[in-house]
Write a protein that binds this ligand. Structure first.
Ligand code: CA
Length: 228
């Protein structure tokens, strides 16, 4: 093979590699773009809010559902940063109804918190959201792994936010009806293949990034327009 032929072969190989490399870059960029434009995964139906804690107008056409865990730091952060905006912008005006479903990703403490919340919802539904917010507020800011969600903590929070007697709350937490509600939430977690908490759904759409409020708003606005 002559020197000239060899160098032209090398040139062709390099050129081919460059073409493939640029195609690969294009494909990756393109799929990232597509991801950015998608609001999230769309399911065939939204999770039912039957017997769930709900906030806002029952007949609001748009439902926002949080799959959350009292023991999860990101849920506390979401509740303090995104949730108040959602309530101000959409729930108070009656456009959106908000609901909450328990996720038990942090073992015994998640289970205790969920059972307590379900018991409060059953015994004194009007106090539910105060209890819910206060329990999240009690989650330690820095030391997430410390054991804090205990029966004592639940009783302390219930005493501050509800009129339920300690023994009534403790008894209600053991009842079959409450255990059934906790199990029902776990079935929904499995059905919707929840991987992360919080997971936020707007009607049938599972939002990719729960902290992207602009995206949440755009999905809500689109759903509201569809109803008109
Ligand atoms: Ca529930």
């Amino acid at each position: 093979m002559s020197q000239k032929k060899k160098s032209s072969n090398t040139f062709i190989i390099v050129l081919t590699l460059l073409v493939f490399a640029s195609i690969a870059v294009f494909v990756v960029l393109n799929s990232n773009n597509q991801k950015e434009n998608e609001p999230g995964t769309e399911f065939s139906e939204q999770p039912s809010l039957e017997k769930q804690p709900r906030l806002g107008e029952k007949d609001a056409s748009v439902k926002v559902v949080e799959f959350g865990d009292f023991k999860c730091p990101a849920c506390k952060a979401w509740g303090e940063s995104i949730y108040p905006q959602l309530v101000d912008d959409y729930v108070e005006s009656g456009q959106v109804e908000f609901g909450y479903i328990n996720v038990l990703f942090h073992g015994e403490e998640s289970t205790l918190g969920s059972a307590a919340a379900e018991a409060v919802l059953k015994l004194e539904p009007e106090s539910y959201w105060d209890f819910h917010k206060k329990l999240f507020a009690e989650q330690p800011e820095n030391d997430h792994d410390t054991v804090w969600l205990t029966v004592d903590k639940i009783q302390e929070v219930a005493a501050e936010t509800t009129g339920i007697a300690a023994e009534d709350l403790e008894a209600a937490m053991q009842t079959e009806a409450v255990v059934e509600e906790v199990n029902k939430d776990t079935s929904l977690v499995e059905e919707y293949e929840i991987q992360l908490t919080p997971t936020i759904m707007v009607n049938e759409v599972m939002i990719e990034d729960p902290f992207d409020y602009e995206k949440i708003k755009s999905v809500i606005d689109e759903a509201l327009e569809d109803q008109e």
